[in-house]
Design a protein around this ligand. Structure first.
Ligand SMILES: Nc1ncnc2c1ncn2[C@@H]1O[C@H](COP(=O)(O)OP(=O)(O)OP(=O)(O)O)[C@@H](O)[C@H]1O
Length: 580
């Protein structure tokens, strides 16, 4: 029987078998090089990325070293397109641990499957295009994620972040997406139950019925959604998880992404400065970080600095205050900023009206620009609409290129959700992805939040993600026309935890107050369109990083601790009631 092209694992195996044939006969490889091939297991295909599992760093280095070019050539030869390997190290002990965990999960899943007759939706997978690569070929090269050939260091990036290998996300759009449950984290490395039935060598021999029957009826999501975790590099301040590979392109952001890529590659001299603008939650910060991360992949010696306007202001104020103690602080500030090769400055609108800081920024900008250093700016409005900025600065911004990011269309929203689910190793039925994409149209952060909540509810209740469960969750959390103010949130949270408003915005750090405060910050981020900086302001003038920390912590804990989930859930429902 013909092999099911939808099966990512089988597809990977099929490609890999042919690649092995090519490499084994390659005269450019020594027998030592060929020896490494034994330690490579194909895991899955994600669009143009083939995920390869290895069991040691040595094999990984070989794949990125002597095997690299022959492997790329062989992949191209076999698939008739550019394909790129993402290397995932799974040490033998991790493998054993995961196997045990998977066995437990299988038992649980089959027990639940036998009592859940109506769970057919979990067996459904979208029909692929006849040619699984067809849509990819139709894409223009500018639309693709950076390729390994044009950016040879891409593989190094994957290696450096080998715990969460980089995956190209261009093919998460309907029709080209290869559905699978693939956990991209090394410790969660085994094929999931939904992949297993056809992953083996005898997949071809299995009948469709056998395959369907041997597949568990559903997968209970087991893992926290972690793709959106912010992992800041202490030096560059870049979020290492925000890369071009995790940025799903669509009509709403394609141009911005393409020029961002050019700037990152160093070929976008005409776009200096690059100004990216658009409403909240549409990927500006993601793109800034992607530029920085990729610029460093291309040239690790570059000095890259990501900063938001608040950090810039604070650093400047600190320098001013300390400069009275001796010379040097302002000079040090200037040195720090004027030495950078790529300056990425986020949320520039918040500098509006801060004359001294703007003046300082103006000089920094000029120094960098004159030295042909790259500057990228993100803002919620186009430069010409920035308030409280002198025209000399606006005209500087206008001298480069201004691009906007818009709310994603439905197809892109679904693709983003698919990518997020897959990156986190959870299998979400298409109907649920559609449902979420249907409801959240204006803000990708909200889209992520909805997916996280649906997954959290399913995970905490040990239930599969069904349309009914998603409907209920979204209704509880999101359906309302009530406008919620941050002060409402603070009052409601204070009341709920028998505290006062001042406790929440104050400085006391006792455990219960700190928890209530973090929940309130989380809710403010979720239920209002305020920026982190503004939320910090309302919560007693706290730094935006404190808000970000609270948000991340509560998001994660909601998925692990029922009581935290319940607090958030109950508070959300209360806040949504019209009397609030
Ligand atoms: N095209 C995309 N593909 C995948 N994820 C995306 C995309 N666009 C945005 N995101 C994700 O959505 C979330 C919000 O994006 P981001 O923080 O970059 O928005 P923003 O425009 O900077 O918002 P704000 O103005 O509020 O700071 C992030 O987790 C980001 O990774």
């Amino acid at each position: 029987m013909a092999q099911d092209p939808l099966d990512a694992a089988a597809q990977a195996k099929r490609i890999w078998d042919s690649v092995l044939q090519v490499l084994r006969y390659s005269s450019s490889l020594t027998s030592r090089d060929k020896g490494w091939l034994e330690d490579i297991t194909p895991e899955a295909v994600f669009g143009t990325t083939i995920v390869l599992r290895v069991s040691s760093k040595a094999t990984q280095e070989a794949v990125q070293g002597p095997l690299s070019q022959p492997l790329l050539n062989a992949l191209q030869l076999v698939t008739n397109q550019e394909m790129f390997p993402a290397i995932k190290i799974v040490y033998p002990e991790q493998m054993a641990k995961q196997k045990a965990a998977n066995q437990q999960n299988d038992q649980r899943a089959s027990a639940m499957a036998s009592s859940a007759p109506g769970s057919d939706e979990f067996r459904q997978v979208p029909r692929p295009a006849e040619d699984p690569y067809g849509d990819y070929r139709r894409q223009s090269s500018a639309d693709r994620a950076p390729s390994s050939e044009t950016r040879p260091d891409w593989r190094t990036e994957a290696a450096e972040t080998s715990k969460s290998p980089t995956v190209s996300v261009n093919d998460f759009h309907e029709g080209t997406y290869v559905p699978m449950t693939l956990d991209m984290q090394a410790e969660l490395s085994e094929p999931s139950p939904t992949m297993r039935p056809t992953a083996g060598a005898d997949a071809d021999q299995q009948s469709e019925t056998e395959r369907t029957a041997s597949r568990p009826a559903f997968t209970v999501p087991r893992f926290p959604m972690s793709q959106n975790r912010v992992e800041r590099d202490p030096q560059t301040h870049l979020n290492k998880n925000a890369t071009f590979d995790t940025f799903v392109p669509g009509d709403s952001n394609r141009f911005a992404r393409t020029v961002a890529l050019a700037v990152a590659e160093g070929s976008g001299q005409d776009f200096n400065p690059l100004c990216i603008y658009g409403s909240s939650g549409l990927g500006k910060t993601h793109l800034l970080n992607a530029i920085g991360n990729y610029a460093l992949v291309k040239d690790p010696s570059l000095k890259v600095r990501y900063v938001n306007s608040e950090e810039f202001t604070n650093e400047f104020i600190d320098a001013l205050q300390n400069s009275t103690q001796g010379s040097g602080q302002i000079a040090e500030f200037n040195r720090r900023y004027r030495q950078v090769d790529v300056l990425l400055i986020d949320d520039i609108q918040f500098l509006g009206g801060k004359e001294a800081t703007l003046d300082q920024f103006f000089h920094t900008f000029n120094a960098l620009h004159d030295a042909n250093k790259r500057i990228v700016i993100a803002s919620d409005v186009a430069p010409k609409n920035l308030k409280g900025f002198e025209s000399r600065l606006i005209s500087r911004f206008d001298s480069g290129l201004t691009v906007d990011v818009k709310p994603p269309d439905r197809e892109t929203r679904v693709a983003i959700l698919r990518m997020m689910a897959s990156m986190n190793g959870v299998s979400i039925p298409n109907e649920v992805l559609d449902l979420i994409a249907e409801r959240f149209t204006e803000n990708i952060r909200e889209l992520e939040g909805a997916l996280t909540r649906v997954t959290a509810v399913a995970s905490l209740n040990n239930q599969p993600v069904t349309t009914a469960l998603a409907e209920q969750t979204l209704q509880d959390f999101f359906s309302t026309d009530v406008e919620i103010k941050p002060t409402d949130i603070i009052s409601q949270v204070a009341k709920y935890f028998h505290l006062t408003f001042d406790d929440i915005v104050g400085r006391t750090r006792t455990k219960n107050i700190a928890l209530a405060r973090q929940i309130a910050m989380y809710l403010a981020r979720e239920m209002t369109s305020m920026s982190l900086v503004d939320i910090g302001e309302v919560f007693g003038g706290r730094d935006h990083t404190t808000v970000m920390h609270a948000y991340t912590r509560i998001s994660n804990e909601m998925q692990e601790k029922r009581e935290i989930y319940n607090y958030v859930m109950e508070l959300t429902v209360r806040l949504k009631q019209p009397q609030n």
